[in-house]
Design a protein around this ligand. Structure first.
Ligand code: GAL
Length: 726
């Protein structure tokens, strides 16, 4: 026998042994084999199967689980899924799991997605992708975490392109229940009969993880769906608390604008009273081959003057970049040892999984930019193109010094890059908020919001809803528009989202002067654009009125794990009517938003059980039913939950160290729940050491009261100027 044949035989024998030890045999479910179960946090059990890979999301998690906060959630005593009931198969392909499922469970999650909402019955693969055109699981922020309407979550700790089959695999166990009974036992007479979708009735979630020979599965208790989402976020370290200015309005100037033009835009906004906190710049440090030098180009001859001038006018600056490092960059040589073995656009791919690669990148950015007043970054191109025949990013077979391969790096680089850039500010005791085009698992504590080149308004709203299942934030940015109606509707959605950004990276002038891209860039403004500007100003002012409410929602995200934007099913899992709703979402504790689309003068809105109030008219509406809603172009359908205290501020144009919000508290319902405003300096990390206060608002016997507790001694951010009962 030749040596090759012998080797083949040995491999085959090993595979057979493995399969047998894993209990693979037709007719019975695969057995779990070697495993151990450990309770790793309140309500979270880790099932360790075989020997897990080293390069997984938990290995790179920086923020430890918020155990105390998890302790405060309703207790869960038992793993929500029986670990011994998980089926496991190990083969040359990798490891496959069968995680039990009950009939009629509906599942959600796998990170933020523009195209996918309910998961049951489908197959999805957690691949990072900039192409958001399919419902196959490709996403800017995929995460192997799903939640069930039965009130638990499952997190599979892998950085592989794992595939999930949500109850749609038909395992050969015994005679199927409807065998011979298809079509009442009669032969099918049409192709419709032959190919009709079969109800598989659950059984299990099949997970196919290539390359791995072991894996950790985290079983996350609820006890309800909202609790499971909270626990996942708290397990990730709690949600991020952005600086207060990050919740204001963002604007990005065109790539084509130089320093003078940007400076004039900054002045123009203040003169015309357009609310704006953050100006995004394209600093032009991408070279001719598109990889980055991280050195200001001639477009900005005096960057320090630009930064200080912007700061004097109350702006924060956010700089675009991507990490592929051009040979002309001062970072190239130091990073050479700490990069992957393929270049992208002629530039190095830094390995942010190595402490050295991360430190070199962060130190340089700290010295060159943060130190000089730049408040944050937009991290571009860190996703990938699995659906493209000509992908520009590094291949899956890339080897990185950390030991990760290209597949793992694609899944991990979003969070790793964010950690690197957040560390620049953390080491200076400051907060940042940035933008990023890729994220992943366990990323809730990272202060970044996702964006995309995709631009479908309906998809953008679905992403607001799904981001809440995945511990990430989504920015439904506004660019050009085909009509004024579309423009306003998009701005309205942006106002009710985690980050409100007007992104004019390819528009030389603000879109309220001209919504059409080509006309805008040739300087031809719409007749009567001042009216469009006035409506836009009013909408952006609404965002500023919401800041105290939204800041409280983010403080909650951090301390209780409740995402600031989420699908209705998270809060109302028992209501079967909300299970498929992905065009309405919850915004903070007590607002529900139902955006209108172009061409839609009215829409159907489902109000879950309980009382609701129209945000604009204050009309009381009873829930548990659908209503038809019509709104003028400058109003978005928003509903206030019954028994709510809603703080709304007088709008400011931007947030400064001195800003004090003049707040009127709306009282909706006879017995409103208390509302807690979060008070601190709004910019530093001192709140982590207890330098923060809670301003508790309550209403009883027709009177509002306020009490403060906590350790923040600076000037309060809030002055309550009135209460208004509706
Ligand atoms: C794209 C990015 C856009 C914009 C543009 C600038 O890759 O998605 O948002 O920043 O680059 O060159």
């Amino acid at each position: 026998m030749s040596e090759r044949a012998l080797r083949g035989l040995i491999q085959l024998a090993m595979l057979l042994c493995l399969m047998l030890s894993a209990g693979v045999a037709i007719g019975r479910p695969p057995r779990i084999g070697e495993y151990s179960v450990e309770k790793v946090a309140p309500g979270v059990w880790r099932v360790r199967i075989g020997e897990p890979e080293k390069g997984t999301p938990t290995r790179f998690q920086e923020t430890p689980p918020s155990r105390e906060a998890m302790e405060r959630l309703a207790a869960v005593e038992q793993p929500p899924v029986k670990p011994s009931a998980i089926g496991v198969k190990v083969s040359g392909r990798g490891i496959a799991l069968e995680i039990p499922l009950e009939p009629n469970e509906q599942l959600y999650g796998l990170g933020m997605n523009l195209k996918t909402f309910q998961l049951s019955g489908s197959k999805k693969t957690v691949r990072v992708s900039d192409d958001q055109t399919t419902a196959l699981g490709d996403s800017h922020a995929p995460a192997p975490f799903y939640v069930s309407t039965r009130g638990y979550g499952v997190y599979v700790d892998t950085a592989r392109y794992a595939s999930f089959y949500f109850g749609n695999l038909d395992a050969v166990r015994d005679v199927p229940p409807d065998a011979g009974n298809v079509n009442g036992g009669a032969p099918a007479t049409s192709t419709a009969d032959l190919y009709r979708p079969r109800e598989l009735n659950g059984q299990f979630v099949g997970v196919d993880i290539p390359a791995a020979r072991g894996v950790d599965v985290y079983l996350i208790g609820g006890p309800d769906m909202r609790g499971a989402v909270q626990r996942y976020n708290l397990f990730s370290g709690g949600g991020c608390l952005p600086p207060l200015w990050g919740l204001g309005v963002w604007y990005r100037g065109s790539t084509e604008l130089g320093q003078k033009e940007i400076e004039s835009l900054l002045r123009q906004f203040r003169e015309r009273h357009i609310p704006c906190d953050v100006m995004g710049l394209e600093p032009g440090w991408h070279t001719h081959s598109y990889s980055c030098s991280f050195v200001w180009s001639d477009k900005y001859p005096a960057p320090e003057k630009l930064v200080s001038g912007a700061s004097e006018l109350g702006y924060k600056l956010n700089l675009w970049e991507h990490a592929f490092t051009h040979p002309s960059s001062p970072l190239y040589k130091p990073l050479l040892r700490w990069s992957g073995d393929y270049r992208v656009w002629g530039g190095l791919v830094p390995d942010f999984a190595t402490p050295e690669g991360r430190r070199i990148f962060a130190d340089y950015h700290g010295r060159q930019f943060a130190e000089k007043g730049v408040s944050g970054f937009k991290l571009d191109e860190c996703d990938h193109q699995p659906l493209s025949a000509t992908p520009w990013s590094y291949p899956e077979q890339t080897a990185f010094p950390s030991g990760l391969d290209g597949e793992q790096m694609h899944r991990l680089v979003g969070p790793l890059y964010q950690q690197t850039m957040a560390s620049i500010y953390r080491s200076r005791g400051q907060r940042t908020l940035g933008l990023v085009r890729a994220s992943g698992a366990l990323a809730a504590s990272l202060p970044f919001a996702l964006y995309s080149d995709a631009y479908d308004h309906r998809d953008y709203v679905r992403a607001i809803a799904t981001s809440g299942f995945g511990g990430v934030l989504w920015c439904p940015e506004v660019r050009e528009a085909g009509s004024l109606e579309e423009f306003y509707r998009r701005v309205e959605t942006a106002v009710f989202s985690a980050v409100t950004q007007i992104d004019c990276w390819y528009l030389k002038n603000p879109p309220w002067k001209q919504i059409d891209k080509d006309l805008n860039n040739s300087g031809k403004f719409m007749a009567g654009w001042e009216r469009t500007e006035a409506v836009s100003r009013k909408l952006l002012e609404l965002r500023m009125r919401l800041l105290p409410y939204l800041y409280a929602a983010f403080a909650d995200y951090r301390s209780t794990g409740v995402p600031p934007t989420r699908a209705l099913v998270v809060d109302f899992p028992q209501d079967p009517n909300v299970r498929a709703i992905d065009d309405q979402y919850l915004f903070g504790p007590s607002l529900m938003v139902a955006p209108l689309w172009t061409g839609e003068k009215k829409r159907t809105v489902y109000l879950p059980q309980g009382d609701w109030y129209d945000f604009w008219t204050h009309e009381k509406l009873s829930g548990g039913r659908k209503i038809e809603v019509t709104k003028p172009l400058d109003e978005i359908p928003v509903f206030v939950r019954g028994n709510t205290l809603l703080p709304l501020a007088e709008p400011v144009e931007f947030v400064s160290a001195q800003t004090q919000f003049r707040v009127t508290v709306g009282v909706f319902g006879a017995k409103p729940r208390k509302f807690v405003l979060f008070d601190d300096d709004g910019v530093s990390l001192d709140f982590e050491k207890g330098v923060q206060s809670r301003l508790e608002l309550s209403w009883a016997d027709g009177r509002g009261t306020m009490s403060t507790t906590g350790g923040y001694r600076g000037p309060s951010r809030y002055k309550i100027v009135g209460w208004k009962a509706y």
